[in-house]
Design a protein around this ligand. Structure first.
Ligand code: PLP
Length: 356
């Protein structure tokens, strides 16, 4: 079966095999990773290796701390303003869909949030050009979501701002090369391109640490985690371990350069097929379509149920669109092979022939 779930998403089969082999006896300890102390040298080494591999893959310099946290990307919607708003008490946000909207709503608990640009006027089907952004002079940071997982909208540019740029990269991290030095902070829930649910990666420029006020709880303060190697409290060791296996797998595939090539090909194929068909459609501006999340609708929504049932019978799982928008969505993250996209296109063509 091929799994097109938006998250928790498919993991590389080789990673799952390796985890199975090591499940009952990790590195000759006779124990599972799940049963070991996070202070155990073997686990500390595993955690450090995972961080090193992520740094290698993304080219993250020593100017940045890499944190492995809990609470998902949703906790970051709060932790970002709690840690970064500082004395300014104000930040700029770009609204391009449901995830940026949630980030804005949460940040408003902590300070004055200026929505500097929004694509709500056209149902979040494009990324507002930077020339149209109305940024504040005194914002502590600028937040955006480079890839909206639900709408399937992906920025085709990295914004140029003179404040720390903060990005929710949950559904695009590691999908292609990225210049991390352009960002003040990057966060991502793991359950798409990193590993299983339960761990969240935060990459934060070190000069942004230590700005949280005294009322910010220790667990919500980036500095706490930076000073303690993300082991201030018990971290989700098994999820961390699996993320580490995914990083090793990515290196074996040739890293983000190679993944970027494959991902571009996968996305081009699927959007190309959708555009050529009169039966399927995708509403997003062509240059800003997500490489990872491909939403599409059928010309007759009465056929949705049959489409999903027949796709499932053909081993094509989790193609139902997000409950808020309906239609279909194929998430084609790193672990979804090109053969899965080929199989999906074959199925879609056949379904169209029979029902179009
Ligand atoms: N941001 C984006 C872009 C997402 O896709 C998701 C989840 O799908 C979230 C935030 C929320 O992540 P979590 O469920 O880890 O809190």
């Amino acid at each position: 079966a091929y799994n097109f779930c938006a998250g928790p998403a498919a993991l590389p089969e080789a990673v799952l095999q390796r985890a199975r082999e090591e499940m009952l006896d990790y590195r000759g300890t006779g124990m599972s990773v799940m049963e070991m102390s996070h202070r155990d040298d073997v686990i500390v080494a595993m955690a450090e290796q995972a961080e090193k591999d992520l740094r290698d893959l993304m080219g993250i310099s020593d100017d940045y701390a890499v944190l492995f946290l809990q609470g998902g990307a949703s906790a970051q919607f709060a932790m970002v303003p709690m840690n970064l708003l500082g004395d300014a008490g104000r930040a700029d946000y770009i609204n391009t869909g449901q995830w940026s909207s949630k980030a804005i709503k949460e940040a408003r608990r902590f300070g004055e949030i200026n929505v500097a640009a929004s694509s709500e006027d056209r149902n979040f089907t494009y990324a507002p050009a930077q020339s149209d952004w109305r940024l504040s002079d005194d914002a502590a940071y600028v937040h955006y979501c480079p890839n909206e997982t639900i709408g399937g909208l992906e920025f085709d540019f990295v914004p140029e701002v003179d404040k720390p740029l903060v990005a929710d990269m949950s559904s695009t991290i590691l999908s292609r090369p990225l210049d991390v030095s352009r960002f003040g902070l990057i966060y991502a829930g793991a359950q798409k391109n990193i590993g299983p649910a339960g761990i969240t990666v935060v990459i934060v420029r070190k000069d942004l640490l230590g700005r949280a006020g005294a009322s910010v709880p220790a667990m919500m303060n980036y500095q706490t985690h930076a000073e303690n190697g993300s082991m201030y409290n018990t971290p989700p060791t098994f999820a961390w371990y699996l993320a580490g296996l995914v990083f090793q797998w990515l290196k074996e595939q040739g890293g983000v350069d190679a993944m970027g090539e494959i991902n571009r090909r996968k996305a081009d194929k699927l959007y190309g097929f959708i555009d050529a068909s009169g039966f399927y459609s995708n509403p997003v501006a062509p240059t800003q379509r997500s490489w990872m999340n491909v939403p599409f609708i059928l010309s007759d929504s009465a056929l949705d149920k049959a489409f999903l049932a027949e796709a499932d019978a053909a081993g094509l799982r989790n193609l139902k669109g997000h409950r808020s928008v309906g239609g279909m969505r194929a998430s084609i993250y790193n672990a979804v092979p090109e053969t899965a996209v080929d199989a999906l296109i074959d199925f879609m063509a056949d379904f169209e022939k029979r029902n179009g």
